[in-house]
Design a protein around this ligand. Structure first.
Ligand code: G3P
Length: 227
């Protein structure tokens, strides 16, 4: 399962883009609003940091068919290749997904809460559907189970639409969707960090360093090899 970063914070994007194997960045109006300022400059900066080969998902703010189509085309014209337009799973949105997909735009249908919405998005030609895992789990619904249902439906139909699971509050939810066949997941900075962190990894690394020094002194293996 591939991972994307769910933030518009430039410092975090720079960090994770350097150290973690992310394939892109996802945003939405709420995520952009947390950073504030000049939104075009912000989006342009994200594109500059991740380069043209990684995915950048940007959500429309218009809500009617004609305006969604116009806005989607303007977003892609502004941010270039590998830009995916996020469109919410509404009637107007679904109509726009069909038009834009037929024209070759990469569309991510977002705010997906049911497998039925995912099925419709797939039939409309979406490249991705984004089920909101934690928002479901938080209302005692089965977020991971919904992703599993979508994965099964997509596998049976043979659609090219992929699942881009979103809205994670815990690292375990990320692993759980990976285990039920989710293709990609977008994860906030805190959860991304938690996917790697482990105190026993830290104590193990400290133990290796201390044992090395006790046996071989201050020189690293690289320094010995270069001699
Ligand atoms: O991509 C946006 C989605 O992840 C929503 O996340 O944390 O607002 O439920 P959240």
């Amino acid at each position: 399962m591939k991972l994307l970063l769910d933030t518009a914070n430039l410092e975090d994007i720079r960090y994770f883009n350097t150290y973690y194997p992310i394939v892109g960045v996802t945003t939405n109006p709420t995520i952009l609003s947390k950073e504030g300022g000049d939104v075009l400059k912000l989006l342009r900066s994200i594109r500059e940091i991740i380069g043209s080969e990684r995915q950048l998902h940007v959500q429309v703010t218009e809500s009617t068919y004609e305006k969604i189509v116009e806005e989607a085309e303007a977003i892609v014209a502004f941010l270039g290749k590998n830009t995916f337009v996020k469109i919410p799973a509404t009637d107007e949105g679904l109509r726009a997904v069909q038009t834009l997909s037929a024209k070759g735009y990469g569309i991510t249908v977002t705010a997906v809460l049911t497998a039925a919405q995912a099925l419709l998005a797939s039939n409309a030609g979406a490249a991705y559907v984004a089920p909101y895992v934690s928002r479901l789990e938080n209302i005692c619904a089965d977020g991971v189970g919904t992703v599993a249902d979508i994965a099964e439906i997509f596998a049976i139909s043979g659609t090219t639409t992929q699942i881009l699971a979103a809205s994670f509050k815990t690292a375990k939810e990320v692993l759980d969707v990976a285990a039920v066949g989710c293709h990609t997941a977008t994860v906030g900075s805190d959860v991304m960090k938690k996917l790697l962190q482990h105190p026993t990894t830290d104590t193990s690394v400290a133990g290796f360093a201390s044992d090395w020094k006790t046996a071989f002194g201050e020189k690293t293996l690289l320094e010995c090899l270069k001699k």
